[in-house]
Write a protein that binds this ligand. Structure first.
Ligand code: A5P
Length: 228
């Protein structure tokens, strides 16, 4: 069984009729949105979704999940999203799919934020996955120069069409991928990077997730809870 599907199906057990739900982005979140669509279609559930990307919005719309804008509420009941890496504190690297800003806004607005991932995403230390940093395009080389002071490889992400054009997020931002390999203090790094002029947000999600659902090849799942 696809471990991402196993994790996403388990997450559906935490969803209740009537909830306002943040809908994540990525190949694991796709399975969750599919499952939620089935609840709406087959059981007539009256949930409302807030997608974290245009891709997820299109998928949810096609499945008939009613959608609202995040600015229509002050809190969501639940948010379900994937991650690129997660550690035992449930600190995360996210943004491999470029949606980190909306993902963080939605996770921060949720009463409960549950992460779904295949078991390979669970790490002792974060940082092997390049850390995405969303920056303002205006004067981007100057922001990139500030980021390069960390002495790690930091590349502006390129779009998918091989033309050398930059990748642009749904909010019109560039992404710099920073290759730390090993992040010793993820909370401190998030604070430092977020305080930099030109940086809008960072793909470190600290203290946001309350549960991590890991899916395995044989279809079983394991739930990790945040200690505090
Ligand atoms: C999207 O911007 C990301 O944060 C994804 O949630 C993350 O990359 C996980 O993606 P997969 O579920 O495709 O592994």
């Amino acid at each position: 069984m696809d471990p991402k599907l196993a994790a996403a199906q388990k997450a559906l057990e935490f969803v209740r009729d009537g909830m306002d739900i943040g809908l994540g982005t990525g190949s694991t979140a796709v399975h969750f949105i599919d499952g939620l669509g089935a609840k709406v279609r087959e059981l007539g559930w009256k949930v409302r979704g807030v997608p974290t990307s245009e891709r997820s919005r299109v998928q949810a719309q096609q499945l008939g999940i009613p959608l609202i804008d995040l600015s229509e509420v002050t809190q969501l009941d639940l948010a379900i999203d994937g991650a690129d890496e997660a550690d035992a504190d449930l600190s995360l690297i996210k943004g491999g799919g470029g949606a980190l800003l909306r993902e963080k806004l939605v996770a921060a607005a949720a009463h409960e934020f549950i992460v779904v991932a295949d078991s390979s995403k669970f790490k002792t230390t974060l940082g092997a996955f390049p850390l995405p940093v969303a920056i303002v395009p205006f004067g981007w080389t100057t922001t990139a120069a500030r980021l390069e002071k960390y002495g790690v490889e930091a590349n502006r992400r390129l779009g998918a069409n091989a033309s050398g054009e930059p990748y642009i997020t749904d909010d019109g931002l560039y992404i710099i991928d920073m290759h730390f390999d090993r992040i010793e203090d993820s909370a401190e790094l998030e604070r430092e990077l977020k305080s930099m002029t030109g940086v809008v947000d960072v793909g470190l999600f600290i203290g946001l997730a309350s549960k991590l659902i890991l899916g395995f090849e044989d279809g079983h799942t394991e739930i990790k809870l945040r200690a505090s």
